[in-house]
Design a binder for this molecule. Structure first.
Ligand code: ADP
Ligand code: ZN
Ligand code: MG
Length: 481
């Protein structure tokens, strides 16, 4: 099937902005806690109230536009999108329609093989979040939490440039990464901070024209998004192959059953009767304001990626992992600069550190990056063995103490004293006379066994290079005896 047909996908991504207050009132945007406590007449849409735009929300939107190379329009207009649904107390959502804050721009995605693809954006606009319904709490009714009403949302709409669930996944991951770098969103998908609607159609591979699309609403898990797209693609192909037609419909993903289900048809689809919001003035964004925001932009993921490759000379794979989150990248840089050992630093951060942190949240780890840097310096200078370093690291994770202190207190310093190692080597060989004879008669594999015994006797603290040499010398001596 997939050799003949391919999916055509466009996404509408919603990103909750992490401003302190909501978009049109002073209520807090905090997550969780008691329902319906962070509300006021404005976000509940009481008659006679006046919304007031949150400047910060506009600035966050501008950041996103600049980070994706779009055009910020000097004038944009808020519009009422009218529909009835219980999570929308006003009966309309304040959004933008004909005149969004921005149009154009693109996001570059990169697959596992490093191939790049440019996904064009059609628009970015600002709107307000609705409340949250709970249907599973009670058999007889649904519950509603309006705390979420009025949290600012940035909506990013792509051109239909995506061709697979993998590309959609890469795109969303990239948007999430950019938002995290810009520090405009928590990025917490489980809390619904990033969600998307998926528009998908299928066509024969050679065909230039697109088919009719269906839309899957409100997805908030990267894993489910992949599954939903693949399922929907396959079912559309089935329909077309058996002579049917796709009609423009809105679907919902049922994760329990693993299918998309019809939510509404084109005929039932709402007419939102958009009109300009009369309670808000048009939004004016001056070039000076844009320039001021531009100056606050951090180094973005692609730039950081290129700089890490250049500056640290570590493999592209490492750089991809290390720059996946800004915090992780910052952490790595301190480790690399303190230790002056970029590749070792990268290994330690990617293996030992990342094992300790849940996903990429390193704010909770007790190990200061400069302390990890010192630990790596000690390894590089032969002051401790890599094996003891792992014990030291475990202690650092537990207590947050620095490496030197732990090494001193625990006596973990590497043994580089020739005489000491010689003593242990002799002891080991004396205790294993039979094996030594076998070795001398040609069973050379036993060398590793002797080596391991010496390391064990020294609790892994003997300098491996020295052990190797001394062991070899001592065995040769015995050959002569
Ligand atoms: P509408 O105004 O009806 O919502 P838009 O032009 O805004 O339609 O498109 C909504 C989304 O659907 C965009 O992300 C766009 O890329 C995508 N899209 C448009 N046509 C198709 C198609 N034939 N197949 C898949 N996606 C499409
Ligand atoms: Zn409010
Ligand atoms: Mg649309």
């Amino acid at each position: 099937m997939l050799s003949e047909y391919e999916a055509v996908i466009g996404l509408e991504v919603h990103i909750q902005l992490k401003t302190d207050s909501k978009i049109f009132c002073g209520c807090s945007t905090a997550f969780g806690g008691e329902p319906n406590i962070r509300v006021c007449p404005v976000c509940l849409g009481m008659p006679g109230v006046l919304p007031k735009i949150n400047k910060r929300a506009v600035e966050f939107t501008i950041k996103m536009v600049l980070a994706t190379a779009g055009t910020v329009h000097q004038e944009s207009i808020f519009a009422r999108k009218n529909y009835f649904y219980p999570d929308l107390p006003k009966g309309y959502q304040i959004s933008q329609y004909e005149f969004p804050i921005a149009t154009g721009g693109a996001v570059i995605i990169k697959n596992k093989d490093g191939e790049q693809k440019r996904i064009r954006l059609s628009r970015i606009h600002l709107e307000e979040e609705a409340g949250k319904l709970f249907h599973d709490t009670d058999d007889r009714c649904s519950y509603i939490d309006l705390n979420r009403c009025g949290i600012p949302l940035v909506e990013i709409v792509t051109e239909p440039d995506l061709r697979s669930s993998e590309e959609a996944y890469l795109f969303l991951s990239k948007i999430k990464q950019i938002a995290e770098y810009l520090d405009i969103c928590t990025g917490n998908m489980e809390e619904g901070a990033i969600r998307c609607d998926i528009n998908i159609s299928v066509k024969s591979k050679g065909d230039k024209n697109y088919g009719t699309r269906r839309e899957i609403k409100n997805m908030n898990s990267l894993k489910f998004i992949k599954r939903a797209i693949d399922y929907e693609r396959d079912s559309q192909i089935q329909i077309i192959k058996s002579g049917g037609n796709i009609s423009q419909e809105t679907m919902l993903w049922d994760e329990k059953v693993g299918v998309t289900k019809l939510m509404r048809t084109k005929e039932e689809s709402e007419d939102y009767r958009y009109f300009p919001e009369p309670d808000l003035m048009r939004l004016e964004i001056t070039p000076e304001w844009i320039e001021r925001v531009r100056k606050t932009l951090p180094e973005l993921p692609d730039e950081k990626y290129r700089r890490f490759i250049r500056q640290y000379g570590i493999p592209a794979y490492d750089v991809g992992v290390l720059t996946s989150s800004r915090n992780l990248a910052d952490y790595f840089e301190v480790v690399a600069l303190v230790s002056k050992q970029p590749k070792l630093a990268s290994n330690w951060v990617m293996v030992e550190l990342m094992r300790e942190i849940k996903e990429t949240d390193i704010s909770r780890i007790k190990v200061r990056p400069e302390n990890l840097g010192t630990l790596i310096t000690m390894i590089a200078m032969g002051k401790i063995s890599s094996r003891s370093a792992k014990d030291v690291f475990a202690e650092m994770v537990r207590t947050g103490r620095n490496a030197e202190e732990i090494v001193k207190a625990e006596g973990l310093k590497q043994i580089s004293d020739k005489a000491k190692i010689e003593k242990v080597v002799k002891l080991v060989l004396d205790n294993n006379r039979v094996s030594v004879r076998k070795y001398l008669r040609g069973k050379e594999g036993l060398f590793g066994f002797f080596f391991g015994q010496v390391m064990r006797e020294t609790n892994g603290r003997a300098e491996p290079g020295l052990v190797n040499k001394i062991l070899m010398d001592e065995l040769n001596k015995r050959r002569g005896q």
